[in-house]
Write a new protein. Sequence first.
Length: 342
Amino acid sequence: MTIKLTQYSKASGCGCKIAPAVLEEILNGCKTDSVFTNLLVGNDTKDDAAIYEIDNENCIISTTDFFTPIVDDAFDFGKIAASNAISDVYAMGGKPLMAIAILGWPTDKLPAAIAQQVIKGAQEICKQAGIPLAGGHSVDTQEPLFGLAVTGIIKKQNIRKNNTVKQNDVIYITKPLGIGILSTALKRGMLSDEDYSILLEETTTLNSIGEKLGDLPFVNAVTDVTGFGFIGHLLEMLANTNHSALIKKENIPIINAAKEFASQFIFPDNTTRNYNDQIKHVDGLTNLDFIFYCDPQTSGGLLFSVTKENEIEMDLFLKTNHQFFAKVGTVIEKKEKAILFI
């Protein structure tokens, strides 16, 4: 009997995130007056991880991420979930130290041996990142869930937040869009072996370049693109700033197979959820644009901004490190809409 994990969950990967508007309502009721002076990055900026200062030079990074299966294979699911969770440390400019597993498993529906393969997949990625999977916690759930809580370290001067863009910054991205579309095609039994290999390659490639970005003073803001899609995470970069973003559609990398599936209106339900929440902040979307730019990514690429004067230096740095990248737009003075597509 072949077990297909995606058939045991309603949503897939980061597409199972709670809708932004609902999450905002939840968090609005959880604000506290407590002040922790050593907490340099908390939940007030919707950043990728929390950062706590331990002395004048060094800080601890703490993050967690988990979700329902995005693929049917248990080992691959573990690899993708681990890559996605570790990415949040890289998105702060930091170095991961260790991880703790989070496992929810419907023991009455799925064998324990399948869960074992999920954990082994995560161990493989942790090995690539040079960190131990040092323990974890498990519960019996209705749907399979897996992810990691990751601890990292960073020099205080290397911290890169998500909403610290500057005027005229060049905006870069390090992976193509379309993962949510491919995962939906997989769930419908329409994804070829070749396209599955692309999905797996993109979602299990570590965003380790983020640690090096933290060393570069001309990198001003960094985040990663996950469940809220390209638009959602770019909006987080622009939040509470006096800036907007001018984005060139032709420069945004999109997986070729995703374009074909989108033309058949194959995309995650949560793409529409993202669109409904984000469209009021966006100008210039036409035709099927929203399918790509609101597509919930799982273990997506880094999205970061670089001082314009250092653009050539940044390009050379990325090429030298054999890092895929595309320059998708620029940071401009604040307009009526936060994001303008041209």
